[in-house]
Design a protein around this ligand. Structure first.
Ligand SMILES: [Zn+2]
Ligand SMILES: [Zn+2]
Length: 247
């Protein structure tokens, strides 16, 4: 009984505490003026990407390309739109790592703040779905970081959020250092749509922290489309633009 009361008091106090503590830079921890933001130094070192580039994959367009890049025109990808808030660099990477391993949940809010503007044209039937972790990894880590960001994004955008519409049915080793083809093979069959999730005819937005080659997101999109999703998009905090950053 007492524990319940204590939890209730803490819940009540939390917004007050958040308010009373000075906001800190998501990159270096320096005190800043605004919540969920960065100091001037970190800000200048983060490359924000915005909504430009290819209308499908979001990568920069060549001079001769109009809306879609040549690759997306030649072979339309399963992910009908991919966007990332930032280019993968020292600060954006350290934020993703701190968030994943340092359990700084507040960073999830900061990420969502900069990801939300990329999702300004979602239909009413959209649902946000985190790229799932295998259960074993959730137990070790304690939480799925993408679920925290997806929940925060859903709150900001006023759209549905489903933590378990997608399930990881087999654990996969880290993809680091693998070739594109090896990655594809490793994640094949790793995901399954939850039979209880209502996905038919809907736009599903996958939420991830780091987008590298997209092989994981692609395997997710395949499972979602099989379950009837009409359109699958992806939004991530940061994205590798230069292949040399892959390993
Ligand atoms: Zn900073
Ligand atoms: Zn493209």
């Amino acid at each position: 009984m007492w524990m319940h009361a204590r939890a209730a008091v803490l819940r009540l106090l939390k917004p007050v505490l958040d308010f009373a503590l000075p906001p800190r830079c998501g990159g270096c921890g320096a005190i800043v003026d605004e919540v969920d933001s960065f100091c001037a130094k970190c800000w200048s070192q983060i490359e924000f990407l915005g909504s430009g580039g290819c209308a499908v994959c979001g990568l920069p367009l060549e001079g001769t390309e109009i809306d879609n890049c040549g690759r997306c025109l030649a072979r339309p990808p399963r992910l009908q739109r991919s966007r990332a808030a930032t280019a993968y660099g020292e600060i954006s990477r350290s934020i993703a790592l701190k968030f994943k391993y340092g359990r700084k949940v507040a960073l999830g809010r900061t990420m969502a703040r900069f990801m939300a503007p990329l999702l300004d044209q979602l239909p009413d039937n959209a649902v946000l779905v985190p790229v799932p972790l295998h259960r074993g990894r959730i137990w070790r880590r304690g939480f799925n970081q993408s679920a925290i960001v997806a929940r925060e994004l859903a709150r900001r955008l006023g759209v549905d959020f489903s933590v378990d519409a997608l399930q990881r049915v087999k654990p996969t080793p880290p993809l680091k250092g693998l070739s594109m083809q090896q990655r594809r093979r490793t994640v094949a069959g790793a995901f399954r749509a939850n039979p209880k999730a209502e996905l038919r005819g809907r736009t599903v937005v996958l939420v991830d922290d780091v987008l590298t080659t997209g092989s994981t997101a692609n395997a997710c999109a395949r499972a979602l489309k099989r379950a009837g999703a009409e359109r699958v998009e992806l939004v991530s905090w940061t994205r590798v633009l230069r292949p040399s950053h892959l390993d």
